[in-house]
Write a protein that binds this ligand. Structure first.
Ligand code: ZN
Ligand code: FE
Ligand code: FE
Ligand code: FE
Length: 204
């Protein structure tokens, strides 16, 4: 962005700028994920991140197709947000001593990245539709769907044991039985809050 000129003059420019922003971000994520995979102790977490690395490489290709369909050269512009999220992930990971706590930290950092991507793709899809670029919506939507699925998977890993082990409250050999108990406890508590909610509503 120039000092005396404003690069973004129209909605079309803004759309292209944001596309270049997310293109840069996806490329940075491709570089950052291998480090996060190496630091992960939990096997499922490492496998999940490895799978998302492959997806991210495909996402970069999809974005190149988006540029192509718009008659533009694929190009990135600095995204200070993703640089910051990746830097923060590195810094926090470097400060964590316990491997199990590190797994929880990695999930937290990875979810921050997914949420940034989800917000960017949501915006880009709305703008593409508004600007009549219907031929790129399905490509952007394919990326958005993968980000949402990745976020959901990370949630399942965190709540399915990683957070418990990080806080030292999981019994190592009774993993599956403790998971069943957790699920049962969750079901009971949600039933309870459901009842409580109904009660509050009735009282009003
Ligand atoms: Zn700019
Ligand atoms: Fe992505
Ligand atoms: Fe950005
Ligand atoms: Fe992602």
């Amino acid at each position: 962005m120039g000092l005396f000129t404003k690069d973004i003059k129209s909605m079309e420019d803004l759309f292209l700028h944001t596309l270049q922003d997310v293109y840069y971000a996806e490329n940075q994520i491709v570089k950052a994920l291998p480090k996060m995979i190496d630091k992960s102790t939990n096997r499922e977490l490492a496998a999940g991140l490895r799978n998302h690395l492959r997806e991210t490489e495909t996402q970069v290709t999809r974005l190149q197709q988006v540029f192509e369909r718009l008659g533009q050269e694929p190009k990135g512009v600095d995204c200070p947000a993703i640089d910051g999220l990746i830097k923060e992930a590195d810094e926090v990971a470097g400060e964590v001593d316990d491997k199990k706590v590190l797994d929880a930290a990695i999930i937290g950092s990875a979810q921050a990245v997914e949420h940034y991507e989800i917000s960017r793709y949501g915006t880009l899809i709305a703008w593409a539709e508004e600007l009549g670029h219907d031929n790129v919506v399905s490509l952007l939507n394919a990326n958005l769907k993968e980000e949402k699925a990745a976020d959901k998977k990370l949630n399942m890993l965190a709540e399915g044991g990683v957070n418990k082990r990080a806080s030292g409250r999981a019994k190592r050999n009774t993993r599956s039985s403790s998971r069943t108990k957790q699920a049962a406890a969750r079901a009971t508590s949600s039933k309870r809050t459901g009842k409580a909610r109904r009660r509050t509503r009735a009282a009003r």
